[in-house]
Design a protein around this ligand. Structure first.
Ligand code: GAL
Length: 809
C-alpha cells in the first residue's frame, strides 16, 4: 500500500474512534438570554459581587427599555429619535459553571448593546464598547468560579448622552447573548473565513482560512478536517490538513476543497451548503464549527450594471433600519423574518442595512431567503451629524469596529457590498480622501471578494473627496435621480448604484385628492413651511415626497431606464421609529415606508409588486366610502395586461392603459356608494378582477394570525392582524375604535400597533385604537405548553372571533 493510502486509513480510523466524543460537547453554545435582573438609572454599586439585585426586575433578553416608555417631545432623544426615553440601565445575572468545565475556555458573546456598554465578571472590569451596533465578546475564563459558587455578570448600558442618532436606536441589550464553551485548543472567535475563488458548472472551489487558538501550556499537533454538506446533508467534499501550534499562540491554516457541479445560490433559489470544520488532537475531537456556504458570483459593470451568476439582474432593493416597530430594537428572529417576507412578496431582491452593522439574524435570514445585502458600517466618521453621535468615539474605535464588522459578516453569501458610510460629511472636504483610503484598506485586508462602496450625496466629481480618493470600487449615489443621465460622462468608467432613493411620504389608508399629475414636496425646500394635514397624515397616493427625494414612480422610472445604474435601494421598505419628516411631534415615526410600522402595505407596495415580482397584480384604491357626488381619484397598479376597465355599480367608466413610462392608470370618479370593480385584460382576455365595496357600520372584528402554531420557547411570535369589518365582512376604512385584547394560555402580548405615525399610545399595552380599519397585536410564547386563546372587543360593543394558536414543545 502506498504511504498516502496508509496515512488516510489511519486518519479515518481515528475519526471513527472519535465518534465517541459527541460533537455537541466540544463546542457548547449556551443561550444566555434568560433571567437577567434589570434596573433603570445609575447603579455603580452593582458591580460588587456582594450587591443584592433580587429586587430588580427580572426579564429575558433581548430587551429594549426605550420602547417600554411613554412618548414625550421633551425626551432628549427628540421626535427624530422616536420621542422615547433613553438614559442609563444596568443588567445583572448570576450563574453557576460546572466543575467539568474547569479546563475549558469560556467566553461571553454580545451581538449588540445600545450603547456604551461596560461589562464586569465577579467584580472584574472586562471592557467597554461604545458602538451600539457592533458584536463583541469577552473571555471569562480567568475570573470564573466553578461548582456551586455563583458568578455575577454585570452590564452597564449608558445611552444618556443625547441626541446620538438621527433615528430611533433603542436602549439596552437588544440583541442576543451567548456563552461559548470550548476546549483550550479551539477555533478562534470569528475564526473561519470562507470564499469561493472559482465557480464553474463543473466545479466550485471552496477556500477556508481557519484561525486556531491554543490556550494550553503545551505545543499541539492537530488535524483539521473540513467537510461540505449539501442541503440533503450529503457529504460532497472533504479535506484533512495537519498543523502545529505553539502554546498560547494562534495560527492560521488554509484549506481548499472542491464541490462537483455546485448548485448556485441566487435570490430565487438561495441554495446553501454547510461547511463543518473539525479539529482533532490525535483521536480526540476538540472543536468543531459550522458555516453556511453559497456558491454565487456577481459583478458590477460600468455599462451593464449588476449581474448575479452571469445573469443581468437589476438590484430591486430597500433600505431598512433595525427597529421592529412595536418591539423596538429587540432583534427577534420572527419579527425580522416577517419584515423580510413582506419585502420578498413585494419583489425586493436586496436589502441595504442602513446605516449600521446588522443583527446576525437578519443576515442569516438574507442567506436563507435570497436577498443581496449591502452591509453598512457607519453613518458618521469624524464629523458629527448630531451632538453626541459616533464622532465622539471615532478616533479610538473606528478601526476595531470596522474590522469586527467585516470579520463577523464576511461568510454570508448574501453580503455583496461593504459600505463604509452613509452621506458622510467628509465627502465635502479634503479630509475625506485620507479617511476613505484608510477605511477601504482596513476592509480589503480582511476581504477582497466584495466591492467597497459609500452612499454619497455630492455628485459633482471635483467636489466629492470620498470619490476623489479613488479608493471606492462602486459609487453609491443618494437621491437626485434627474442627474443619473450625466453620470457616465461625469464618472467615466465607474460602477454606479442608486444607494438611496425616493423618500416619498405616505400614511396607510389615508387619501387626499390632488390634481392628477400634481406632485408635492413636503417640505418644499430646506426649512420651508408646508400646508400639511391637521391630523399629521400624508396621502397614500404616490404624490408626495421630501424635497430632496422623489415619488416612487419618478425614481423607479429613472433607475429602470438606465442599464448602467446597477439598481436602487428605496428609502425605505418599512416605516421605522423616529425621523417623522415632514411633521413635528406628535408625529414620532417615519412616513417613508412602503409598508407601515405595523407591517401593513401601503398602496404603492403593489406598484413595486407589479414591476418587480413575477406575480400577476391588479390593485385598485382608495376605499369606497366617500361623500355622494364627491370627485374621487381611483388608481390602479397592474401588470401582465394591456388595459384595465373600471366599473361603478356595473357601469363602465372606461378602459385605461399605461402610457410611456407610466406605472399606474387613474380615473376621476363621481362617488356613489356601491361596488367599484376593475378588470385587467390582455389581448381581450381577462387576467384579474378586483372589487372594492362601500362598507357599512362596523359590526365585527376579524382576527387573523400569521401562524397556526408556535413553540413554547419564549421567543416565537405570532402576528395577529385585526380588521374592523361591517356585517358583510368589508373593511371599515375609517374605523378607529379602541380594541381591547384578552389573552390566555401559552402566550403574552408583547406589542400592539396601528401603523399611525402620530399615535402616542403605548406599544406595550393590551389595547390600541384601530387606524383606518386595522391594527396589530403581537403575541409571544410565554413558556407554557398550553394553546393560546385570543379575543378582542371594542369600545363600540363589537367583538371578534376567538382564535387559538397551538403551542408545542
Ligand atoms: C437620507 C439619509 C437617510 C434618511 C433619509 C430621509 O438622506 O441617508 O438616513 O435620513 O435621508 O429622507
Amino acid at each position: 500500500m502506498k504511504k498516502i493510502q496508509v496515512y488516510s486509513l489511519i486518519v479515518w480510523a481515528l475519526i471513527l474512534c472519535s465518534c465517541l466524543t459527541r460533537e455537541q460537547d466540544v463546542r457548547i453554545v449556551k443561550d444566555f438570554n434568560f433571567n437577567w435582573n434589570f434596573k433603570l438609572g445609575a447603579h455603580p454599586e452593582a458591580v460588587k459581587t456582594t450587591f443584592d439585585s433580587s429586587d430588580w426586575r427580572t426579564l429575558n433578553l433581548p430587551h429594549d427599555w426605550s420602547i417600554e416608555g411613554a412618548f414625550s417631545k421633551d425626551h432628549p432623544t427628540k421626535p427624530e429619535g422616536g420621542a422615547l426615553p433613553a438614559g442609563e440601565g444596568w443588567y445583572r445575572k448570576s450563574f453557576q459553571i460546572s466543575e467539568e468545565w474547569k479546563e475549558k475556555t469560556i467566553a461571553i458573546e454580545f451581538d449588540g448593546v445600545y450603547r456604551n456598554s461596560e461589562v464586569w465578571i465577579n467584580g472584574k472590569h472586562l471592557g467597554k464598547r461604545p458602538n451600539g451596533y457592533i458584536s463583541f465578546s469577552y473571555d471569562l475564563t480567568p475570573y470564573l468560579h466553578y461548582g456551586t459558587q455563583e458568578n455575577i455578570i454585570t452590564v452597564k448600558v449608558d445611552n444618556s448622552l443625547q441626541p446620538n442618532s438621527r433615528w430611533y436606536t433603542g436602549s439596552g441589550i437588544y440583541r442576543k447573548v451567548q456563552l461559548v464553551v470550548t476546549n483550550k485548543l479551539h477555533i478562534a472567535h470569528w475564526g473561519t473565513y470562507i470564499t469561493t475563488p472559482k465557480i464553474t458548472k463543473e466545479l466550485g472551489e471552496v477556500a477556508i482560512e481557519i484561525t486556531l487558538q491554543n490556550d494550553t501550556d503545551t505545543e499541539k499537533s492537530i488535524e483539521l478536517v473540513s467537510l461540505v454538506y449539501d442541503e440533503n446533508e450529503q457529504e460532497v467534499a472533504k479535506i484533512i490538513t495537519k498543523k502545529n501550534i505553539n502554546s498560547k499562540e494562534s495560527v492560521k491554516a488554509n484549506q481548499t476543497l472542491e464541490v462537483k457541479k455546485p448548485i448556485l445560490w441566487d435570490t430565487k433559489n438561495p441554495y446553501l451548503y454547510t461547511v463543518k470544520t473539525k479539529v482533532y488532537e490525535g483521536a480526540t475531537l476538540v472543536d468543531n464549527f459550522e458555516n453556511v456556504l453559497g456558491f454565487r458570483s456577481f459583478n458590477f459593470d460600468a455599462e451593464k450594471g449588476f449581474s448575479l451568476n452571469g445573469v443581468p439582474t437589476k438590484i430591486h432593493g430597500v433600505c431598512l433600519h433595525h427597529d421592529n416597530g412595536a418591539l423596538g430594537a429587540v432583534a427577534s428572529y420572527d419579527a425580522i423574518k416577517r419584515k423580510l417576507r413582506l419585502m420578498k412578496e413585494m419583489g425586493v431582491n436586496a436589502i441595504r442595512v442602513s446605516h449600521n452593522p446588522s443583527s446576525v439574524e437578519l443576515l442569516d435570514l438574507c442567506d436563507k431567503m435570497g436577498f443581496i445585502v449591502q452591509a453598512e458600517a457607519f453613518d458618521v466618521w469624524k464629523k458629527k451629524k448630531v451632538k453626541a453621535d459616533y464622532h465622539l468615539d471615532w478616533d479610538e474605535w473606528h478601526k476595531k469596529d470596522l474590522q469586527d464588522f467585516v470579520k463577523r459578516d464576511r461568510n454570508h453569501p448574501s453580503v455583496m457590498m461593504w459600505s463604509i458610510g452613509n452621506e458622510i460629511r467628509e465627502q465635502f472636504d479634503s479630509t475625506g480622501i485620507a479617511i476613505t483610503k484608510e477605511l477601504v484598506n482596513i476592509v480589503k485586508k480582511l476581504d477582497q471578494t466584495r466591492p467597497v462602496t459609500s452612499a454619497l450625496t455630492e455628485n459633482i466629481p471635483e467636489k466629492n473627496y470620498i470619490y476623489q480618493s479613488g479608493a471606492l470600487d462602486l459609487l453609491g449615489f443618494n437621491y437626485k435621480h434627474e442627474d443619473y443621465t450625466s453620470f457616465p460622462e461625469k464618472f467615466k468608467g465607474q460602477k454606479i448604484i442608486a444607494s438611496e432613493s425616493v423618500s416619498a411620504l405616505e400614511t396607510r389608508g389615508h387619501y387626499d385628492h390632488f390634481d392628477a399629475d400634481e406632485i408635492k414636496r413636503w417640505p418644499p425646500a430646506h426649512n420651508q413651511p408646508f400646508d400639511g394635514n391637521d391630523d399629521f397624515t400624508v396621502s397614500a397616493y404616490d404624490q408626495v415626497s421630501a424635497y430632496w427625494g422623489a415619488t416612487h414612480e419618478e425614481s423607479w422610472e429613472a433607475v429602470k431606464a438606465l442599464d448602467y445604474i446597477a439598481g436602487t435601494f428605496i428609502w425605505t421598505g418599512m416605516d421605522y421609529l423616529g425621523e417623522p419628516i415632514p411633521y413635528p411631534y406628535p408625529a414620532r415615526s417615519s412616513y417613508f415606508g412602503i409598508v407601515d410600522l405595523a407591517g401593513f402595505p401601503k398602496d404603492v407596495y403593489y406598484m413595486y409588486q407589479s414591476e418587480w415580482s413575477d406575480q400577476e397584480v391588479l390593485h385598485i384604491f382608495p376605499h369606497w366610502n366617500w361623500t355622494k357626488n364627491q370627485e374621487v381619484d381611483v388608481w390602479a397598479y397592474y401588470n401582465h395586461a394591456d388595459e384595465v376597465e373600471l366599473f361603478l355599480n356595473g357601469k363602465s367608466l372606461g378602459k385605461k392603459s399605461k402610457k410611456g413610462d407610466d406605472l399606474h392608470v387613474s380615473w376621476k370618479v363621481k362617488y356613489e356608494p356601491g361596488i367599484l370593480k376593475a378588470i385587467s385584460r390582455k389581448d381581450g382576455k381577462v387576467i384579474l378582477e378586483k372589487e372594492i365595496h362601500t362598507a357599512g357600520k362596523a359590526a365585527q372584528i376579524n382576527l387573523t394570525a400569521d401562524k397556526k402554531e408556535i413553540h413554547n420557547n419564549q421567543y416565537d411570535l405570532a402576528y395577529i392582524t385585526v380588521d374592523v369589518v361591517d356585517e358583510k365582512g368589508v373593511l371599515v376604512p375609517n374605523a378607529n375604535h379602541l380594541i381591547e385584547f384578552e389573552i390566555s394560555g401559552g402566550g403574552e402580548i408583547v406589542g400592539v400597533d396601528n401603523g399611525y405615525q402620530a399615535n402616542l399610545s403605548s406599544f406595550k399595552a393590551s389595547e390600541i385604537k384601530a387606524y383606518n380599519g386595522k391594527c396589530l397585536v403581537i403575541v409571544q410564547s410565554n413558556g407554557k405548553e398550553e394553546n393560546i386563546v385570543l379575543k378582542a372587543t371594542s369600545s363600540i360593543g363589537i367583538s371578534s372571533n376567538t382564535i387559538e394558536i397551538k403551542v408545542k414543545k
